[in-house]
Write a protein that binds this ligand. Structure first.
Ligand code: ATP
Ligand code: MG
Length: 350
């Protein structure tokens, strides 16, 4: 039975993760074997109490003794600069080399989209998670003067590009999607562009049944608003992936229901809702648990429980269709009411 480390974290992370666990317990009763859930007390309270964010032993246990990690959110206004969140999240991302950031954006109800005629949006965004401009290579010269110069390098390696492209194509095959679109800025950033386009084509040649195309990121930003249903799977670098996946989440109704996976295929995986700890609404019982529950569904699928994952996904859709929604989606249900409804639905198989 797979072992899952559950890290509720801070703020609404605690509230939404309670509901995700409730749904996983329902999964356990209906589809055995489910997974063994191991609760981890990492977050602001622990840091403020013990002065420890996360230890090397904990990193080692999370990577060696668990098949997946399910995270709520990390972030607390009492911790300056959210040092604990950076230590834990970036620590896990880099130590476990979670190079795939997968964020699906599915429109569950046309009324949730800010677009007038959204159509049937289903975007699967694959963002490279370990390279690009986020590696923080570079530096500042003549800082604080009127001649200050800041250099922020963009790192792209054959290995890094190859593995994210391959993950996107493998996903397309597995999910029966017909096209993978590369997004870059090859006209203005030609060195990175040449590498991405060459490697993308190389990987694509291993997947002759999948169509491909390439778009500049500016054109893609426009087109995602104009005609998002033209796209299926998008693969891109760290920066563009960060931006486009937020754009895509907003097209389908915002942060509350958005799920994500951070994966090193075949080795490690961490699942988390896209939203943060939202201190402004924490403790009120109004947070939308759908992002956390949908993340749990991604995890079930990753662990090989495809049928259970589908049951959870269907229950989420049914909740939205039936108006079982929190305030951010225009409803009046509490976090717990939505979680309980979905867990019951999974149990009854309805
Ligand atoms: P963090 O620093 O942990 O990222 P944040 O203040 O940036 O926290 P986010 O979670 O990123 O908060 O979300 C921004 C805003 O969106 C929140 O302040 C909250 O009002 C709203 N929001 C986020 N997640 C949810 C949710 N699950 N349900 C309802 N509203 C949400
Ligand atoms: Mg935030």
């Amino acid at each position: 039975m797979p072992r899952v480390a559950v890290i509720p974290g801070d703020g609404i992370g605690l509230e939404v993760m309670r509901e995700a666990v409730r749904v996983l317990e329902a999964v356990e009763s209906r589809f055995s074997p489910g997974c063994e859930l191991v609760h981890w007390d990492l977050g602001a309270d622990r840091f403020l109490r013990d002065g420890i964010t996360i230890t090397d032993e904990e990193f080692a246990s999370l990577s060696n003794d668990h098949d997946a990690i399910l995270l709520g959110a990390l972030g607390d206004p009492r911790v300056p600069g959210n040092q604990h969140a950076r230590d834990i999240l970036l620590g896990l991302r880099f130590r476990l080399d979670l190079y795939v950031n997968y964020r699906p954006a599915v429109l569950l109800d046309p009324a949730l989209s800010p677009l007038k005629a959204p159509g049937d949006i289903r975007l699967d965004i694959f963002r490279e998670n370990t390279e690009g401009v986020y590696v923080n290579l570079g530096g500042t010269f003549k800082e604080g003067t009127d001649r200050e110069t800041a250099i922020q390098e963009d790192l792209n390696t054959f290995t890094g590009v190859e593995r994210i492209c391959r993950a996107a194509f493998e996903h397309a095959v597995k999910r029966g999607r017909s096209r993978v679109t590369l997004v870059d800025k090859a006209n203005a950033m030609p060195a990175a562009g040449r590498l991405w386009r060459r490697v993308f084509a190389l990987v694509a040649s291993d997947f002759p049944d999948i169509d491909t195309d390439a778009m500049y990121v500016d054109a893609m930003a426009m087109d995602l608003v104009r005609r998002p249903t033209r796209y299926e799977v998008i693969v891109t670098g760290n920066l563009f992936g960060d931006i486009l996946s937020d754009l895509a989440a907003e097209l389908v109704g915002g942060l509350g229901a958005a799920a994500s996976a951070n994966v090193h295929p075949g080795r490690h995986a961490l699942f988390e809702p896209v939203h943060g700890s939202a201190p402004d609404i924490a403790g009120q019982g109004v947070a939308n648990p759908l992002g956390a529950i949908a993340s749990a569904a991604l995890m079930l699928d990753h662990l090989g429980h495809a049928e259970a994952a589908q049951a959870v996904e269907e229950a989420v859709v049914a909740a939205v269709d039936g108006g079982v929604r929190t305030a951010d989606m225009g409803g009046d249900r509490s976090t717990e009411q939505v979680g309980t409804w979905i867990a019951d639905r999974v149990l009854s198989g309805g």
